[in-house]
Design a protein around this ligand. Structure first.
Ligand code: ZN
Ligand code: ZN
Length: 436
């Protein structure tokens, strides 16, 4: 496809410009207001049909949402930073998802691609050793930084949109580009699945750059994600004078401490790997007061959905038991969720065939054994597969200046062009008549 190669070359400076603009105005999960308006504007100008905000993000299924004061403050900040007014109201209140559709009007299946748009709650390194700072696109938003490459993902999504629109006459069926908020903490995908955004997708691909994969290598079926549940546990006891009337107190701190120890004592499962982590414990107000409030931030993981469910079930029993010991009330709030990934072999094969033809791709492989993390695109994959569709997760390798979620994270921007070319090929070479 010589024409495609030429178009990708022309597009590359634009990809870098998009990426650097998003990097400069990094926005964390559910407050990607400026980002979302920029994405909407670009897609609209290209001629895509847009569904966004509440139409593609189910309010009740959102997890780990900032409080309403923060949402309002960030909305105003986005406005000051050049969010496009015309699109802004659709996203107000933390509904920062977009689905762009290109319906060719010719019969054929729906191909869906998902990219994520959120930054991390992290301060970017602001000194000359870090390229984004040196070249003037380090985050101007304190406490928010694109340190996972989602700025690249968003730019890749826009690049794919532009290329496929230019080739519209060669396509059949429907192309659906999903721009997801709040992937970090696995908080956003569930809300888009619940809103039905995946319900007509027949072939689905989610992507990530980096994750330790070298430049020139493309993983076409990343399958090492763990199912996970992230939750906050609020213990409420009764405050009392620690010296004068301790028997009137109900000690929430001790309930939380007991729960933390108990959670880390949950037996592993013989069927596969599991994890539990109490990452935060906060409690108490003063030295001479029986603590009446405590908070735990906890996550469980499992190699399969069943194993994670087992750990989460046990966790709830442990927490209830610990609360009962101290006469405290307890409230568990779900903050994030993802499932394990199961790949569709024929689709992975097809993705590998296409990736292997892209210049710059030396190794297009099915999978690698890598340390387990979690990713909420797995919920989208599961939804597509429930409907007999096919799904996979691709990783585009690139050199990194520091690990993901590090304040000095950066990557080789050439990976964006390579990813766009691969995904464009996936659509352009698709056998519309027989499917994969
Ligand atoms: Zn990340
Ligand atoms: Zn990421």
């Amino acid at each position: 496809m010589p024409l495609l190669a030429e178009q990708i070359k022309t597009l590359t400076p634009q990809l870098i410009e998009w990426r650097r603009d998003l990097h400069l105005y990094a926005e964390s999960g559910w407050v990607e207001f400026r980002t979302a308006t920029r994405v909407a504007e670009a897609l609209h100008n290209m001629g895509y049909q847009l569904a966004m905000g509440r139409d593609v993000v189910d309010a009740e299924s959102r997890m780990g949402l900032p409080d309403s004061a923060t949402l309002a403050k960030e909305y105003e900040r986005a406005r000051q930073q050049g969010a496009i007014e015309k699109w802004l109201p659709a996203f107000e209140g933390g509904f920062t998802g977009i689905v762009a559709t290109l319906d060719t009007g010719r019969p054929g299946p729906t191909l869906g691609f998902r990219v994520d748009m959120d930054a991390l709650d992290l301060n970017e390194q602001l000194d000359g050793s870090h390229r984004p700072f040196r070249e003037g696109f380090a985050s101007c938003n304190a406490g928010m930084m694109h340190a996972c490459g989602h700025d690249a993902h968003t730019a890749i999504g826009l690049g794919v949109a532009q290329i496929l629109k230019a080739h519209e006459s060669e396509l059949h069926g429907v192309i659906k580009l999903i721009f997801q908020p709040a992937e970090e903490g696995t908080r956003g995908a569930r809300a888009m699945v619940a809103a039905g955004a995946l319900d007509d997708v027949d072939y689905f691909t989610a992507i990530h750059i980096g994750v330790g994969v070298p430049t020139g290598t493309v993983i076409c079926g990343s399958d090492n994600f763990m199912a996970t549940t992230k939750f906050d546990v609020h213990f409420t006891g009764v405050a009392a004078h620690a010296g004068g009337k301790p028997e009137e107190g109900r000690n929430a701190l001790l309930a939380a401490a007991q729960a933390a120890i108990g959670l880390h004592s949950i037996a592993p499962h013989s069927a596969g790997a599991s994890r539990v982590n109490v990452g935060v414990m906060q409690a108490g107000t003063g030295r001479n007061v029986v603590p009446s409030g405590a908070l735990l931030k906890v996550e469980t993981r499992g190699e399969s959905e069943a194993i994670n469910s087992y750990v989460f079930e046990r966790a709830q029993q442990v927490i209830a038991g610990a609360a009962a010991m101290y006469g405290a009330e307890v409230d568990i709030r779900l903050m994030g969720a993802a499932t394990s990934s199961s790949l569709s072999p024929a689709w992975v094969d097809y993705l590998r065939q296409q990736a292997s033809q892209v210049p710059g791709v030396q190794h297009a492989i099915d999978r690698i054994a890598a340390p387990a993390g979690s990713e909420d695109a797995t919920l989208m994959m599961a939804r597509v597969q429930e409907r007999q569709g096919q799904a996979s997760y691709m990783v585009f390798g690139t050199e990194l200046s520091a690990g993901h979620h590090n304040e000095k994270f950066d990557f080789d921007e050439q990976v964006m062009a390579l990813a766009v070319e691969t995904l464009a090929r996936v659509a352009l070479a698709f056998p519309w008549q027989r499917g994969v």
